[in-house]
Design a protein around this ligand. Structure first.
Ligand code: ADP
Ligand code: MG
Length: 323
């Protein structure tokens, strides 16, 4: 009997990076301070996510794979009160429907845990095992039973690019979590989880970048700004090296990028881009993160004010440096 179906899986699982995202978000929701991601062949062969979080109660393991079984919305909570990353209860059933999943988990310090093996949505193994507290997911042969879907996968390099982009962004937004990312055994990213953003910037962009960064700070009635920005004479960044983290979440915003570039105006050589990791904290009512289901796009309720605040803060810090 299938405990999940393939059709709905397509909504959640588009490519290996979507599996990584869902598993890592679950690990974060479980309060993990250390999360290891290890993929083979761009994730097309296998994806492993290991965390040291709360673990799953052995009795709840199977139900976690039933569609909507864990939906936090069905528990009658208001959508706006949900602070965890996952709330639909769809990820695990969707992933398990289109791959071969092995789960090992323990929610206690007594070493007692549970292992589940699910292939194409069918439960193959469920048994008690010895396991450390935390969760270890292995997802193999993604889309092995949906050839039409498999055909749309790009090269290993492209799929890996989506995974590493996501993990770099996440690491920048969560310096408090120790992340490791490996591909075919090679370490692509390793952060310490000690809360130091400059350390993460060095891990993501290279050790030399740390010296080129100036600390950002600014505050007004509505917004608090922090992070790092590269000196105007440091011109090795490309246009993708602008990261925005709003209330702890990585977001995409063309408007914010433009505001930063205006802050640099005459100081930056033409066709050059700064490296910036800009953190903004504001009251949740000032930002709408639910514009797009991926939660990357945002809308600001006082956008003109925010943009001039950002522009002015960046400009002020750069001018101080030049003087
Ligand atoms: P959602 O995250 O939307 O609740 P998922 O299908 O992603 O739904 O996960 C189902 C449930 O399985 C989660 O709500 C959580 O209780 C449990 N779970 C999944 N992954 C982990 C993990 N790494 N650590 C602890 N619990 C987990
Ligand atoms: Mg989830």
């Amino acid at each position: 009997e299938h405990i999940a179906n393939q059709i709905a899986a397509g909504e959640v699982v588009e490519r290996p990076a979507s599996v990584v995202k869902e598993l890592v978000e679950n690990a974060i929701d479980a309060g993990s301070s250390k999360i290891d991601v290890s993929v083979e062949e761009g994730g097309l062969h296998s994806i492993r996510v290991t965390d040291n979080g709360s673990g799953i109660d052995p009795e709840d393991c199977e139900t976690a794979f039933y569609r909507h079984a864990t939906s936090k919305i069905s528990q009658g909570r208001d959508l706006f009160q949900i602070t965890s990353l996952g709330f639909r209860g769809e990820a695990l059933p969707s992933i398990a429907a289109v791959s071969k999943v092995s789960l090992k988990t323990s929610n206690n310090l007594n070493g007692k845990g549970r292992q589940l093996v699910i292939e194409g949505g069918q439960l193959k193994v469920t048994e008690d095992i010895a396991a450390p507290q935390g969760t270890d997911f292995v997802v193999k042969e993604l889309f092995y039973n949906t050839p039409a879907r498999l055909k749309y996968m790009k090269t290993i390099q492209t799929e890996l690019g989506h995974i590493s982009d996501y993990m770099y962004r996440l690491a920048l937004s969560r310096p408090d979590i120790a992340f490791t990312v490996r591909h075919n055994g090679n370490t692509l990213l390793q952060t310490m989880g000690n809360g130091d953003l400059l350390n993460v910037i060095a891990a993501v962009y290279g050790t030399g970048t740390a010296k080129a960064m100036l600390p950002l700070q600014g505050e007004d009635m509505d917004y608090r700004l922090s992070g790092f920005v590269s000196r105007p004479d440091w011109t090795r960044a490309n246009r993708n090296a602008m990261s925005f983290i709003i209330n702890g979440r990585y977001v995409r915003s063309y408007a914010l990028s433009q505001a930063v570039l205006r802050g640099y105006h005459t100081m930056l050589p033409i066709n050059r881009y700064p490296l910036i990791v800009l953190k903004l904290d504001m009251h949740p009512s000032l930002v709408d993160v639910n514009v797009h289901p991926s939660k990357l796009e945002v809308r600001f309720s006082k956008e003109p004010e925010l943009l001039s605040f950002v522009e002015a803060s960046v400009e002020r810090i750069l001018k101080q440096e030049v003087l």
